[in-house]
Design a protein around this ligand. Structure first.
Ligand SMILES: Cc1cc2nc3c(=O)[nH]c(=O)nc-3n(C[C@H](O)[C@H](O)[C@H](O)COP(=O)(O)OP(=O)(O)OC[C@H]3O[C@@H](n4cnc5c(N)ncnc54)[C@H](O)[C@@H]3O)c2cc1C
Length: 501
C-alpha cells in the first residue's frame, strides 16, 4: 500500500445507489483496503422505487460475480425485453422499444433503411416485427439469447424488473459478505478540512464521527454532501422534462407477468406498469403545473388492473444533473448526482456507469484534478445522452388532448437533439456518438413509433436490388416469429429458472 492510497471510503446512504457502490467496491478493490463503511438512516429510509432496468445491468452482475437466477429469485425479479409505449405518438397508438437490434444490416446499410425503403413500396407491419426481443415480448415468451450468432435468438437482449427494497437487501448481503461495515445512524453534520475544503467526517446524531478519505454521496435527491456541504450546483432540465412528481402504488397481478414494462401516456404525464413475480409495480409520473396531487392519485388508482396492495406514495423531483458529480473528495452517485425521469429506466444504469467510471479513475489521497475533471466530463456526457433520448419521447407527439402535450411538442429542444432530429428527418440517418447509451435500434423504435418518418432514404439503399430487400425482410420476419413461438412462456421460464425464494 502506498502512503497516498485511500484508506477509508465512506458511503453516505443505503438506497440502491449506496448498496450498488458498496457491493462493487468491496468486490473490485483490493480486499481489506481501503476500509468501506456505509452509513444509512432507517428513520429517513430510501426512495423505494426504481424497479425497471436496462441490459447493461447484466455486466454489473457479471463484474461482481452475481448469479443471475439467484439475484432474480431473491428480488421477485422478472425479465424485461423492452418497453411498450401506449398512446404516446397519439391516443390509440402503440409501439415497442425493444432491447437488441432490428433485423440485420446489409452491406453497410442499416436495417431501418432497408425497412423504410420497402415500406415505401408496400404496406409493412411495425418494425418491431423484425426484433427478436419484441417478437418474444408480443407473445409473452422468454428465453436467454443463443451464443450462436447465426441464430435469430442470438439477437435477443434483456434486462430485469425487480423489487427495489429486496434489491438493496440483496446487494447489502453481498457487500457485507465482502467486508463492508454498515453503520446505522442519521448524519446531522459534516466536518470539513479548513485548508483543502475536503469532507473530513460525517457526524451522526448520537455524536459518532465517521471519518474517511473518499466520500460517496448516495444520500438521495438532497445531496447531503455534494450539494448541502459543497454546493456543487444543479442544472435544471425541467423546461424540457416538465414532469416533477410521481405517485406509486403496488397492485395484485391480473394475469401472468409480461416480460416488458408498459408506459401509457396520460394527459399530464404517463403511467408505468412493471410486472414482478409477486405484484405489479405502478406509478404515475406527472407535471404538477397541469395536475394536482389528488387528481394524480385518483387517475393512477382508476387505471390499475387489479386491487392495490398499499397506500399510494408521493414523490417530488426536478429533472437535471449535478453540475459537478465529483467535487473535492466527494463523488455523488444515484439521485444525489441527478435524475432524468424514469421513462427509459436509466437511473440505476447511471449509478452503474458512475461506479465503473470511478473505478477507472480511482483517486489517491492527492486527488489529482485531472481524474476528477475527466470523471465529471464523462458523467455529463452520459447524463446528456439519456436526457436527449427521453426528451425525444415528449417532443415527438401529435396529441391534442392537453396543454401539457402541446407544450412538449412545441418546446425548443437541446441543440444536440435538434441536430439529431434534422439528420433523421432528411434521410433517416442516425449516428451513435462515442459513449451513447441508446443505439440505433432504440432511436429508430421511438422515432418511427411516434410517427417521425424520414423524407427519403440514404443513397446506398437505392443501390440494392429491391427484390432482394423484399425477400430478405420476409425471411427475417418469419424467422423471428418462428423462434418466438418455440420459446417457453415468460411465466414458465421464471417458474423454472428463478422462482422467488
Ligand atoms: C418515481 C421514480 C421512479 C423510478 N423508477 C426507476 C426505474 O424504473 N428504473 C431505474 O433505474 N431507476 C428508477 N428510479 C430511480 C431510482 O429509484 C434511483 O436511482 C435509485 O433508487 C437510487 O436511489 P438512491 O440510492 O440514490 O437514493 P435513496 O433511495 O433516496 O437513498 C438515500 C439513502 O440515503 C440515506 N440518507 C439520506 N440522508 C441521510 C442522513 N442525513 N443520514 C444518514 N443517511 C441518510 C437514506 O436513509 C437512504 O438510505 C426512479 C425514481 C423515481 C423518483
Amino acid at each position: 500500500m502506498s502512503e497516498h492510497d485511500i484508506r477509508q471510503i465512506v458511503i453516505v446512504g443505503g438506497g440502491t445507489a449506496g448498496w450498488m457502490a458498496a457491493a462493487a467496491f468491496a468486490s473490485l478493490l483490493e480486499k481489506g483496503r481501503p476500509e468501506i463503511i456505509l452509513v444509512e438512516s432507517d428513520e429517513i429510509g430510501t426512495v423505494g422505487v426504481g424497479e425497471a432496468t436496462i441490459p447493461p445491468l447484466i455486466a454489473y452482475n457479471n463484474m461482481l460475480g452475481i448469479a443471475e437466477d439467484e439475484f432474480l429469485a431473491a428480488t421477485q425479479g422478472t425479465f424485461k425485453l423492452g418497453i411498450e409505449f401506449v398512446d404516446w405518438g397519439a391516443p390509440g397508438e402503440r409501439y415497442f422499444h425493444p432491447f437488441g437490434p432490428h433485423g440485420q444490416d446489409f452491406r453497410g446499410v442499416h436495417f431501418h433503411q432497408l425497412y423504410l425503403r420497402e415500406a415505401g413500396r408496400r404496406a409493412l407491419p411495425d418494425i418491431a416485427e423484425w426484433s427478436m426481443s419484441a417478437a418474444a415480448a408480443a407473445r409473452g415468451r422468454f428465453a436467454r439469447p443463443a451464443p450462436d450468432a447465426r441464430l435469430p435468438l442470438s439477437q435477443l437482449a434483456y434486462a430485469f424488473h425487480f423489487d427495489a427494497g429486496l434489491y438493496a437487501r440483496f446487494l447489502r448481503a453481498h457487500a457485507e459478505r465482502n467486508g463492508v461495515r454498515r453503520v446505522e445512524g442519521k448524519i446531522v453534520d459534516v466536518a470539513q478540512d479548513g485548508d483543502s475544503g475536503h469532507v473530513a467526517a460525517a457526524i451522526l446524531a448520537d455524536g459518532r464521527r465517521i471519518e474517511g478519505d473518499l466520500f460517496i454521496d448516495c444520500s438521495g435527491f438532497r445531496g447531503l454532501l455534494i450539494e448541502d456541504r459543497l454546493g456543487a450546483g444543479y442544472e435544471d432540465w425541467s423546461r424540457w422534462l416538465p414532469c416533477d412528481r410521481a405517485v406509486a402504488v403496488p397492485s395484485r397481478h391480473a394475469g401472468p407477468p409480461d416480460p416488458f414494462t408498459r408506459s401509457t401516456a396520460r394527459p399530464a404525464g404517463w403511467q408505468w406498469r412493471i410486472p414482478l413475480q409477486h405484484r405489479m409495480g405502478n406509478g404515475l409520473v406527472y407535471a404538477s403545473a397541469h395536475l394536482d396531487r389528488a387528481e394524480a392519485e385518483a387517475l393512477l388508482l382508476a387505471n390499475l388492473e387489479a386491487e392495490p396492495l398499499a397506500e399510494p406514495r408521493h414523490l417530488g423531483f426536478t429533472a437535471g444533473r449535478r453540475r459537478l458529480a465529483w467535487s473535492a473528495n466527494v463523488v455523488s452517485l444515484g439521485l444525489s448526482s441527478g435524475f432524468v425521469e424514469p421513462l427509459e429506466s436509466t437511473s440505476i444504469h447511471l449509478v452503474q456507469s458512475g461506479i465503473v467510471k470511478l473505478l477507472a479513475l480511482f483517486p489517491d489521497r492527492r486527488f489529482d484534478p485531472v481524474e476528477r475533471d475527466e470523471y465529471n466530463r464523462q458523467m455529463k456526457d452520459v447524463f446528456e445522452d439519456v436526457r436527449d433520448f427521453v426528451i425525444l419521447h415528449y417532443k415527438a407527439n401529435r396529441r391534442e388532448d392537453s396543454e401539457f402535450w402541446r407544450y412538449c411538442r412545441e418546446m425548443e429542444v437541446p441543440d444536440s437533439l435538434a441536430a439529431k432530429l434534422d439528420l433523421w428527418r432528411a434521410k433517416g440517418r442516425l449516428f451513435r456518438e462515442g459513449r451513447e447509451l441508446f443505439g440505433t435500434a432504440s432511436w429508430v423504435a421511438v422515432l418511427l413509433g411516434q410517427g417521425i418518418v424520414p423524407a427519403e432514404q440514404e443513397p446506398a439503399v437505392n443501390a440494392l436490388d429491391p427484390a432482394m430487400i423484399a425477400e430478405a425482410l420476409d425471411k427475417m420476419r418469419l424467422s423471428y416469429a418462428r423462434m418466438a413461438e418455440e420459446m417457453p412462456t415468460h411465466a414458465a421460464f421464471v417458474a423454472r429458472a428463478c422462482p422467488a425464494r
